[in-house]
Design a binder for this molecule. Structure first.
Ligand code: S3P
Length: 433
């Protein structure tokens, strides 16, 4: 189906005021999944009612779980316990959501029934072998194109054998899938990651009563006798906040306060990178929200400098590279991204997509095999560009448009609803004319 939605962005002098961003996407998915596997009720407030998380809800409803909502961004999940999901009558459609597909594969591997998982055209091109291969070692049957590397993937699972597995790539989705499969294993499952990635699964599993061990970059999970449902207040998504933060930085008269943002240290690489670039950002009023740190973030217009972003910082800002590229375009000097090959297998090839689209607007960006080289021009002309069906490319281009000289038009822009349905409204409520 072709997407006719166009987003028109006129330049602005700045973003001013206070705002809360929608709930964290990663944590919202996990609340539904763990809630479904727990005993008793789980209530998630400030749940992200974006397309990806709605896909997770529909998949678990198809597995027999009673879920009410989202209503006013609250979701109520009546857990079935670890061993009472039902065989789905139809294919489970995870839409555009890689997190749904990968974590669900881990759970389905532990179920004594047959299921098939698929997704949209973009997701059917993304690699799943990194999940299905270790699940095969654990004893599940997974079948799909290219040796169960591409969806649709059929799974027939049951009681699993524990494994000790070194992840070949730094991926929280992969780590999480195997930890969830580990709940259905005969002994402790041990996962080592090459570089630390977001740890929301570990934190939430512990909060639901699972037994976990952690030593450096290695996590172990014991087969859980049972998980206990609970209330979860989902923190604001730092990945959504990042768009508004960069929008405020690159326009001249901004002063913005983003309230209630999740600042889990495995996710705050974007703040570290921007601070290194000279951004005026203050993080204050730290508090805890069900095991996740939350804070308010104040941002003021800033003169940015280029920097180098690579190594262990990359997984801590993996979803923010498109918007950090926009910051780099408006900075003085060169910015280099390295070690970011994973971006080629996200919702789009994000290295290629962001280079192509920002260059259409007047940027000077070169692609390397594992990153980008950006020559900061301090300004952009504006113009017309495309989203590649990728929510983060659409929103990064829109923010670039705020700082451009003339109007910017983003084609195929309905994908912003994947993670930030109220994106346009949020910009309009903050922008100075
Ligand atoms: C996610 C992990 C990241 C991220 C994605 C959400 C998660 O993927 O890009 O948007 O919720 O675990 P990888 O860890 O696989 O790179």
């Amino acid at each position: 189906m072709s997407d006719q939605t166009r987003l028109k962005i006129t330049p602005t002098r700045g973003l001013r005021g206070e705002i809360s961003v929608p709930g964290d996407k990663s944590i919202s998915h996990r609340a539904v999944m763990l809630g479904a596997l727990a005993q008793g009720e789980t209530v998630a407030t400030n749940f992200l009612s974006g397309e990806d998380c709605l896909a997770t809800i529909r998949c678990f409803q198809a597995l027999g779980v009673e879920i009410d909502g989202p209503r006013d961004d609250n979701v109520r999940i009546r857990g079935r316990g670890l061993f009472a999901l039902q065989e789905p009558e139809d294919v489970l459609d995870t839409g555009n959501s890689g997190t749904t597909m990968r974590l669900l594969l881990g759970i389905l591997a532990g179920q004594p029934f047959f299921s098939v998982v698929t997704g949209d055209a973009s997701l059917r091109r993304r690699p799943m072998g990194r999940v299905t291969q270790p699940l095969l070692q654990m004893g599940a049957v997974c079948m799909g194109r290219d040796g169960a590397n591409y969806a649709p993937i059929a799974v027939s699972g049951g009681r699993l054998r524990a494994i000790s597995h070194q992840l070949p790539v730094a991926s929280a989705q992969l780590k999480s899938a195997l930890l969830l499969a580990g709940l259905f294993a005969d002994e402790r499952t041990i996962i080592s990651e090459p570089i630390p990635t977001r740890d929301h699964t570990e934190r939430m599993l512990a909060a639901f009563g699972a037994s976990l061990s952690r030593e450096g970059r290695t996590v172990g999970v014991d087969p859980a006798p049972q998980l206990q449902g609970r209330e979860i207040t989902v923190p604001g998504d730092i990945s959504s906040a990042a768009f508004l933060i960069v929008g405020a930085l690159i326009t001249p008269d901004s002063d913005l306060l983003v309230r209630g943002v999740g600042v889990n240290p495995t996710r705050t690489g974007v703040l570290d990178a921007l601070s290194r670039m000279g951004a005026r950002i203050t993080v204050r009023d730290f508090r805890d929200s069900g095991g996740e740190p939350v804070a308010d973030i104040r941002v003021q217009s800033s003169m940015l400098q280029g920097t180098v972003i690579d190594g262990p910082l990359i997984p801590r800002l993996i979803d923010e590279i498109p918007i950090l590229t926009v910051a780099a375009v408006f900075a003085r000097g060169e910015t280099v991204f390295r070690d970011a090959t994973e971006l080629r297998v996200k919702e789009s090839d994000r290295l290629s997509a962001i280079r192509m689209e920002l260059n259409r607007l007047g940027a000077d960006i070169h692609e390397t095999p594992d990153g980008l080289l950006i020559r900061g021009t301090g300004r952009l002309a504006g113009g017309t560009c495309r989203s590649h069906g990728d929510h983060r490319i659409a929103m990064a281009a829109a923010i670039a448009g705020l700082g451009a000289a003339r109007e910017t038009c983003i084609e195929d822009a309905s994908c912003t609803s994947v993670s930030f349905p109220a994106f346009t409204g949020a910009l309009n409520s903050l922008r100075l004319e």
